[in-house]
Design a protein around this ligand. Structure first.
Ligand code: GLN
Length: 283
């Protein structure tokens, strides 16, 4: 089979076995095992796969057909146009989280030397993107998972911002509240927000492969934000902003949790569903 026959075969194979998988996955996996990106696959071939490539490709197809997320198989995920390493220790960065990064950039762009905290950084997608796009920013990123911090550090290094992102292990903002006199302009949080009862109903690809500790937000999904809000109040300067990604439908409850003392706005994602809460700390 030549490349285009392989792609057709693989796309059909995946589509019949794993919901949501198809041609894009086939291209990515073939690119991965031939060391080429998508465009180069079509432009430069190879016309045929070597026996070794063929064997590798079949193995990768089988993993994908079994429901393993594409990003865990290739080990990479694109976010904000940057390349991130991912593995089973971290949630795969989602396109909707780019909205949070864009909002943070909009808020911080005119500050001469912004200080930012990224809570529960996971792969480091938010912290590293902000460091890349805000050259004068100083970023602090926390996570309770040592495995996640290792991935996040690697991502900071490969995106050239390791010296501007400081990683600290601990629960929510606790590791930063220890720093005497520390105040942040912005705290960004994509904490686990899926209600526990909804975990069994998630797509198997998410439910069976991504870390539950990165998804499960307790009975109403807002347990972590409930603990975060008072910490953020302490950490932020007056006028500082707290950005939180949420699931559609959680906006009103999170407003309630924030209570007085915050100016709150809720923003929709590209699908028009509420996804982001911005809270400005008032004195
Ligand atoms: N958006 C993710 C999902 O639906 C959940 C991310 C989170 O809990 N922070 O799988």
């Amino acid at each position: 089979m030549n490349i285009s026959q392989w792609l057709n075969y693989a796309a059909g194979y995946l589509a019949g076995r794993c919901a949501g998988a198809g041609r894009v996955d086939a291209e990515a996996l073939l690119g991965h095992c031939t060391g080429r990106d998508r465009a180069a696959l079509y432009r430069d071939g190879p016309d045929r796969l070597s026996p070794g490539q063929e064997e590798t490709f079949r193995r990768l197809l089988e993993r994908r057909a079994g429901g393993e997320p594409l990003a865990y198989i290739t080990g990479h995920k694109e976010f904000m146009g940057l390349d991130f390493l991912v593995g089973p220790a971290v949630l795969i960065p989602r396109p909707e989280t780019e909205l949070l990064v864009e909002k943070a950039l909009e808020i911080l762009k005119d500050l001469p030397a912004p200080v930012v905290a990224d809570v529960g950084t996971g792969s480091g997608a938010i912290a590293v993107s902000l460091a890349v796009f805000l050259e004068s920013a100083r970023i602090y990123a926390t996570d309770i998972s040592p495995g996640a911090l290792e991935v996040a550090r690697e991502n900071a290094a490969r995106n050239g911002v390791l010296e501007r992102v400081e990683f600290r292990r601990g629960d929510l903002l606790e590791p930063l509240l220890d720093i005497p006199g520390f105040k942040a302009d912005l705290a960004a949080a994509n904490l686990p927000y899926v209600p526990s009862s909804e975990i069994p109903g998630l797509m198997p690809e998410v439910r069976d492969h991504e870390p539950r500790e990165a998804l499960d937000g307790g009975p109403d999904g807002l347990d972590h934000y409930r603990r975060l809000v008072p910490q953020a109040r302490e950490l932020l300067r007056d006028g500082g902003r707290l950005l939180m990604e949420i699931a559609p439908g959680q906006g009103a409850a999170l407003r309630e949790i924030l209570g007085p003392g915050w100016r709150v706005e809720v923003f929709p994602d590209l699908a028009g569903r509420e996804r982001l809460v911005k809270a400005e700390k008032m004195n």
